[in-house]
Write a protein that binds this ligand. Structure first.
Ligand code: C2E
Ligand code: CA
Ligand code: CA
Length: 390
């Protein structure tokens, strides 16, 4: 959308717009005073606006004609705000915010007298409200689900590519919804992150992952005492990392389940890793407590070279996209080789995700990738199924 920035000038007493005019822009008052009147300047003034205030926004967000007339009360300069500068933001806004705003606007429309919306506009606005309220309800269901232990973990094994033994797991959360069946973490984790609900939810996920790891490790030490202890990778978001006392809380959880923190890998994908000094402090603290740090989805927009440059990770997880295109795009192979070389020189262990066939597993093994994760080896499974394979 090309934004026109232009200034309109008015003399004292000039009409800026009239009640009933169609509204195609709003204004920011850059200089002078503007009076709002029901119809014309002789009427009682509704409001007087000054420098820095917004004028004419109602018609834009309401999609209605001007509900009042505006006159310059002194020499006035206005910065024109295009309709799209506001509406494109509204369209991209959170459905809950849009719903709440629409409820508010419809109340104002009623107060201003009559509802002059077209049938189509009314339907559209009702849909906006419904979408917002559905999301709020879904959030409530999520709070209840956590209380009722309907948010559970499944575990996907990570395989040591040198001998195909199971080396550890990634804990992946699932919502066992009474009507919708299994809800994907893509749906509810994002929602939990928006409302900071990810903090209590994340601790519960952490707790059950540690509890299971302790069971898996005991089982493994009985069946294969010669193998290294199993590890558990747990996804943690920046909101969790920055929450009050996070490290102390996860430390207490590991102690409760008698887990050595060095067997826990904290997986971070970060879109929010902007304040490197802050994130570096959290990461250093995690390491001091003995936890391992893993950079998830490496190579995607969220996890790139800058993270590696600024922060210290123990493990790097190469994103699925490189593995998926290993046979079809020769560039994948080149990039994979370089990532592996780089990780080895930086003393990081390497995991490749999304391995779906034997050939890719073989190629990655030859390349020097340490661990493989993907449907070719195992899908995410519940704890009972995991016990069977270890
Ligand atoms: P992720 O951390 O990148 O997890 C890997 C995703 O790839 C998982 O999806 C896994 O089931 C899937 N996957 C594994 N192997 C294969 C394969 O061979 N082929 C294909 N096509 N997919 C494979 P899932 O379980 O749906 O998780 C999606 C995302 O949700 C995760 O991506 C992670 O970012 C997030 N997530 C899951 N659980 C948690 C959690 O407890 N906390 C947080 N903060 N995020 C979580
Ligand atoms: Ca992950
Ligand atoms: Ca990943």
């Amino acid at each position: 959308m090309p934004v026109r920035t232009h200034i309109l000038k008015f003399k004292s007493g000039d009409k800026i717009f009239s009640a009933g005019d169609s509204a195609n822009c709003a204004y920011i008052i850059e200089r002078g005073r503007v009076g709002l009147y029901p119809l014309n300047r002789q009427d009682a003034r509704i409001a007087e606006l000054g420098k820095g205030e917004l004028l004419g926004e109602m018609g834009i967000i309401n999609n209605l004609n001007r509900s009042a007339s505006a006159f310059a009360e002194s020499p006035v300069e206005l910065l024109v705000v295009d309709r799209e500068q506001i509406t494109s933001r509204l369209e991209n806004a959170d459905p809950i915010l849009r719903g709440v705003l629409e409820v508010l606007l419809s109340r104002i429309r009623n107060m201003l007298g009559g509802d002059s919306l077209t049938k189509k506009n009314r339907e559209n606005n009702n849909n906006i409200v419904t979408e917002g309220m559905t999301k709020i309800r879904f959030e409530h269901e999520m709070f209840e689900a956590l209380e009722n232990d309907e948010i559970v973990n499944v575990y996907q094994p990570m395989v040591n590519l040198s001998d195909n033994t199971v080396a550890g797991f990634e804990a992946l959360s699932r919502w066992k919804h009474s009507e919708k069946g299994m809800v994907s973490p893509f749906e509810f984790i994002t929602l939990a992150e928006e409302s900071d609900f990810i903090v209590p939810m994340g601790l519960k996920i952490f707790d059950s992952a540690c509890k299971q790891l302790s069971i898996f490790q005991n089982k493994r030490s009985q069946s294969h005492p010669q193998l290294l202890p199993l590890f558990m990778s747990i996804n943690v978001s920046a909101t969790q990392l920055s929450s009050d006392g996070f490290l102390e809380k996860i430390m207490a959880i590991t102690q409760k389940h008698k887990i050595n923190p060095s067997n826990i890998k904290i997986e971070i994908t970060e879109s929010l890793m902007v304040d490197y000094t802050q994130v570096a402090t959290w990461i250093d603290e995690c390491s001091e407590f003995g936890f391992k740090l893993s950079l998830d989805d490496f190579g995607t927009g969220h996890s790139g070279f800058e993270h590696l440059l600024q922060l210290d990770f123990d493990t790097i997880k190469i994103d699925q996209i490189f593995v998926k295109t290993i046979d079809t795009n020769p560039k994948s192979l080149i990039m994979l080789e370089l990532i592996v070389q780089m990780a080895q020189r930086m003393n990081m262990s390497i995991v490749a995700e999304g391995i779906e066939d034997k050939k890719s597993a073989q190629t990655l093994k030859i390349m020097g990738v340490d661990y493989g994760q993907g449907y070719y080896f195992y899908k995410p499974m519940n704890a009972t199924e995991i016990i069977k394979i270890i």
